[in-house]
Every structure is written in structure tokens, then in C-alpha cells.
Design a protein around this ligand. Structure first.
Ligand code: ATP
Ligand code: MG
Length: 567
């Protein structure tokens, strides 16, 4: 936000002017100069080694969004070059998440589809004298790579002849050697100031089954050797990645140049960081494996499936990605902005109902015992087309504990002894008595109602300062509500004392389960649907719900609960 890299260049979209971000500026210039004809072709390239998180959502919205904006295409490409960490479970979840976010890919590709081509590319480099088979161990390679200030030393195997290298590389592929005994390296410059250019590894031996190619291969390309070449094969125009790949760019370009193949352009932007959470598949995986959370789609996880289950909408995530735009320098986005985007969306869409989270009994002493009424309540004041519903009303009600104070504080306008308050969509009531249990706690409140003040009646215009929600006791539907708080206590969970790791920052109270009461309409809400509990917050029916036990997740409060000051 602070570092949005916006320029003064503006465009006109539906009457409002909006600045172009730095990537759009590059693309528009490339279109103007017809660098790639007038084509725009991006890709989203996840490694299927975990479930996607909100950082990936940012990248998805960016890549698919640019393709859409410029009438181009966007591929979904699985960067599946690490067989031991990858799985079709992850491939499936990634496809589901991209679709749910609202995007359709033009081509579905896999780096593994190109293994044969990549192998041929490697042979091309060998023939040009630009790659060699090296027998040094991983440790020896690391030890001879040098440091930032000192050059590395040339491998004793670097002088192998082209024929010998071709033969050895073919035998690596044929499975003659054990894991780790040989690698294929590029011959670039062991003294390069860029450590990644010091004869990087192109292929390693790994006798491991791949989730798509099975046992066809026992050598696998490294990320750097695969990624750019895949972009090239797919004729990607703008290969957008996160900042840590900036130092890889010379290598990306070196391969393309040496192979004399189609050249895409790599552009880096700052990865999305959000406070109070971690955003790395590896770390999220550890939370899942150690049962710190209940799976990848745990409602506290920053994964797309976790956010979805919590009640986030695709529109709220798209809008969030749009607002934060793209930055060239790392920054941390406040989670309250994400929540703000969610509230904005849900406010427009959510069905309102009344639910009492911490019930306290209230008896209307002058309301007939056997009387019941069905009162009209507005479904969504933001959308008149949604109309009204009937809410049952009777003599015994529940209200929320928070809405009553025996000795009211200054400016407390809700219920207190002798005071009047309006029951939402119902009557004005006055508290006449507070009945206590033997331990001094409140048993029930006795109130009187004014029968001429029902909402909608001419006299109902009588003003009282407070309005509170309620549920008719005899019609109340009990359900389970899961109240979530942030998963980590400090803003930056990665900052830890020596010897500890991010898990020491977990919030032990990130989940609280209660059994509140709601009006009967709650039974009509489908799994996955989101409602607003009047005056409380947004809740979403969880997939754990059964016909016998209704379960709702708290999606987000009505106001910035994590940061009451708001932004
Ligand atoms: P992680 O470290 O969480 O595993 P990754 O970068 O290794 O992330 P990939 O599957 O390789 O995950 O990422 C797919 C795409 O999503 C890449 O283009 C990557 O740059 C982008 N991406 C990943 N994390 C973020 C993030 N936090 N913000 C923006 N883009 C991201
Ligand atoms: Mg990765």
C-alpha cells in the first residue's frame, strides 16, 4: 500500500482514473513497440507441493488479471520437478482454488510434459561445450563455489570432452548411477559476482517415482533449468515472479540465449506478506502434519481453501489483490485490510438474521403467556430485492449479556434497570426487575413491552437510544459457533528468540467454541453460505454441519476487531 509503485500515468476506466502499476507500464510499452507482436501471455506456475495460500491468490489475480485486461492468455503450469515433494492431491487442490477464485486457464501444462525437450536442451548445451557432468558431491560443490567476495574453483571434471559428457549424461538418464553421484552443470563462470552463475546444477540423479511420469525418469531438471525453458516453450511474453528470483534473471536469460530459443521476459514483484501469519507452504505443511491445525483448510489457515471455509469470497480476495497492487520492494500488509475487503463484500450480500451468542433470559411480564407473533424483519438493508422474513416473537426471549448492564456505564444506551431499549424489528421494552441466582449471577431479566411500538406501527417512531437483537426462547435454534482469533500472537511470527521457531508464537486461544441461539431462519442456510448475525458479525455454515448439529464459523466481526482503531 505504502509502496505501491504507482506512477502518474493514468488510464480511464469507467469514468474514474486509475494509475497503472509498473508491470502494466512495461506491458503497455511492449504492446506499443510490438515486442511480442501485440500479444500478452502470462502463466501461473505453482509447484504442486502444498495447498495455495493468499500469496498465491495475489499472483493468480495478477497473472490472470493482466491477461484479461490486455485480451491475452494465461496458462496454468505445474512446476513439477521435485517428485519426492509433489502429489496429485496438490494438483487437484490448486485447480480447484484457481477456479474458485474466478479464473479459467487457457492451457494446463506441466513441466514434466517437457522433460524430453528439456533433456534435449541439456544435450544442446553439452554439444556447445556449455555443460558438463560433474562427479563432485553436493558438499564438494558447495565448498568449491567460493564466497561473495572470493571466486570459486573450477571443478576437476569441467574439462571432460563433449563426447564423454554426452555419454555420461545418457547413462545418468539410463539409471546407471546412484543418487547424488553425478550432476550436470552449466559451464559459465566460477568467478561470477552472481553466485548463481558459478556453474549451476542443471540436472540431478533422483531415483524417485514422479506423480505423472512414474519411473520414466531418474534424472530431474533443477528449477532454474526448467522454469525459463517452460516459459519459452509456451511462448509466454511476461514471466512474472517474486523478488527473490531477481538474482536468477541473468541465468534465466543465459539459458535462453545459449539455446537460441524464444525469449520471454522475467519481471519481479514483491511477494505478499501479511502480519500475524506465515506464508510458506513448507511452514504451513508443518502445522498440518503436527496437527496444530485441523488440515490445510482449517479456518485459521491463510490457505485459499482455509479462507474459503472461513467464509471469504472470491470477490473479496480479488478486490484485496487489486487494492494492494504490485510493489517493487518487500512490505507487510495489515490483515485488517484483508478483513475490510471481506466486510465490504459481505455487507452487500449477506442475509441478516438474529443470533444471541451469550444468552441471558428476558421475560416480558405483560406479554400474554400463550401469545406468539410473526414479525417482519428486513433480510438485507443493502439490497431491497431480498425482501423480508418472518421472525417469531413470544413472552420469553434471549438477549446477549453484553447488551445489559445492571449499573450502566456513562453512554451505555442498551438495556439497564428502568431503561428503555428497542428490540430490533419488534417492540420497545423497559427493564423492571433483575432476578438473581443464589450465587449473585443474573437468572433472568423482567421487562415490560409497549404494545404500540411494534416496528412499522405509526407510534413506532418513538425514539429510544438503543436497539438490541433477540431470539424467542421457545423458537430458538441451538447451534455450534466456532469463534476464531488470529493463529499467531505477534505481528511477525517469524521473529523468534534463539533456539525457537515460529510455532512458539502460536496463539493458544485461536479457537473458541460456544453454543448460541438463533432465530429459526438459520435452518434455511446452506453449507458454505454466509449470514450476518445482526450487530455481531458474519458467520458461515461449516461443512462439518449435520442436520442434527448446525455448525457456523465466525468469518469476521462487523468492525475491525483485531485493530479497533481501523484504517
Ligand atoms: P512458498 O514459499 O509458499 O512455497 P513458492 O513461491 O515456493 O511459495 P510456488 O508454488 O513456487 O510457491 O509459487 C507459484 C507462484 O506464486 C510463483 O510465481 C510465486 O512467485 C507466486 N507466489 C508465491 N508466494 C507468493 C506471495 N507470498 N506473494 C505473491 N506471489 C507469490
Ligand atoms: Mg517454490
Amino acid at each position: 500500500m505504502e509502496d505501491s509503485n504507482k506512477t502518474n500515468n493514468t488510464e480511464q476506466t469507467s469514468g474514474e482514473s486509475k494509475s497503472l502499476n509498473f508491470i502494466e507500464l512495461i506491458i503497455e510499452e511492449d504492446i506499443r513497440t510490438e515486442k511480442y507482436g501485440k500479444r500478452v501471455h502470462t502463466r501461473f506456475p505453482p509447484e504442486p507441493n502444498g495447498y495455495l495460500h493468499i500469496g498465491h491468490a495475489k499472483s493468480i489475480c495478477l497473472n490472470f488479471g493482466l491477461a484479461k485486461k490486455y485480451g491475452g492468455k494465461c496458462n496454468l503450469r505445474f512446476d513439477d520437478t521435485n517428485p519426492t515433494k509433489e502429489d496429485t492431491e496438490y494438483v487437484d487442490s490448486i485447480k480447484e482454488d484457481v477456479k474458485w477464485l474466478g479464473f479459467n486457464w487457457d492451457g494446463e501444462y506441466y513441466a514434466s510434459d517437457y522433460f524430453e525437450t528439456l533433456y534435449e536442451y541439456a544435450v544442446t548445451l553439452i554439444k556447445k561445450g556449455k555443460a558438463y557432468v560433474c562427479d563432485l558431491t553436493q558438499e564438494e560443490i558447495a565448498a568449491t563455489r567460493g564466497t561473495v567476495t572470493t571466486a570459486g574453483s573450477v571443478s576437476p571434471y569441467a574439462q571432460r570432452s563433449v563426447d564423454e559428457n554426452i555419454d555420461l549424461f545418457a547413462r545418468m538418464r539410463a539409471g546407471e548411477f546412484i543418487d547424488g553421484s553425478k550432476v550436470l552443470r552449466a559451464r559459465i563462470d566460477m568467478a561470477s559476482p552472481n553466485m548463481l552463475m558459478r556453474d549451476p546444477i542443471l540436472y540431478r540423479i533422483l531415483h524417485a517415482e514422479h506423480h505423472r511420469t512414474g519411473n520414466a525418469w531418474c534424472i530431474y531438471p533443477m528449477y532454474d533449468f526448467a522454469h525459463g525453458q517452460c516459459d519459452s516453450i509456451e511462448h509466454i511474453t511476461h514471466s512474472i515472479c517474486t523478488l527473490e528470483f531477481e538474482v536468477h534473471r541473468p541465468l534465466y536469460e543465459w539459458f535462453i540465449q545459449e539455446l537460441e530459443i524464444y525469449a520471454p521476459q522475467q519481471i519481479e514483484f514483491a511477494r505478499l506478506n501479511i502480519n500475524y501469519t506465515v506464508m510458506s507452504k513448507r511452514k504451513l505443511l508443518s502445522l498440518v502434519q503436527e496437527n496444530v491445525v485441523n488440515g490445510w483448510d482449517d479456518q485459521r489457515m491463510p490457505t485459499i481453501c482455509g479462507l474459503r471455509r472461513r467464509g471469504y469470497t472470491p470477490e473479496s480476495l480479488q478486490n484485496f489483490a487489486e487494492i494492494i497492487s504490485v510493489a517493487k520492494r518487500d512490505n507487510v500488509i495489515d490483515v485488517s485490510l484483508l478483513e475490510h475487503c471481506l466486510r465490504e463484500d459481505l455487507n452487500k450480500k449477506a442475509q441478516r438474521i438474529m443470533a444471541v451468542l451469550q444468552p441471558i433470559k428476558l421475560i416480558l411480564t405483560n406479554y400474554p403467556e400463550d401469545k406468539e407473533e410473526l414479525l417482519d424483519a428486513v433480510n438485507n438493508p443493502e439490497d431491497a430485492t431480498t425482501g423480508t422474513r418472518k421472525v417469531p416473537f413470544s413472552r420469553e426471549l434471549y438477549i446477549d449479556q453484553d447488551d445489559f448492564m445492571e449499573i450502566p456505564q456513562h453512554k451505555f444506551f442498551r438495556l439497564s434497570p428502568g431503561n428503555e431499549v428497542r428490540l430490533k424489528s419488534a417492540y420497545i421494552i423497559r427493564c423492571v426487575d433483575v432476578i438473581k441466582n443464589s450465587d449473585g449471577s443474573i437468572k433472568e431479566l423482567h421487562c415490560t413491552y409497549d404494545e404500540n411500538t411494534r416496528t412499522g406501527m405509526p407510534e413506532s417512531n418513538r425514539k429510544v437510544k438503543g436497539t438490541i437483537h433477540w431470539v424467542s426462547a421457545k423458537h430458538a435454534v441451538e447451534f455450534e459457533a466456532r469463534l476464531y482469533d488470529k493463529l499467531f500472537l505477534p505481528e511477525n511470527p517469524e521473529m523468534v528468540a534463539e533456539g525457537e521457531d515460529f510455532r512458539s508464537n502460536l496463539n493458544p486461544d485461536s479457537l473458541k467454541i460456544i453454543t448460541p441461539y438463533a432465530e429459526p431462519f438459520i435452518k434455511n442456510i446452506a453449507v458454505g453460505a454466509i449470514v450476518q448475525f445482526e450487530r455481531t458479525g458474519y458467520f458461515c455454515v461449516d461443512i462439518d454441519s449435520t442436520p442434527k448439529q448446525l455448525i457456523l464459523n465466525k468469518t469476521v466481526g462487523l468492525k475491525g476487531a483485531w485493530q479497533k482503531t481501523g484504517k
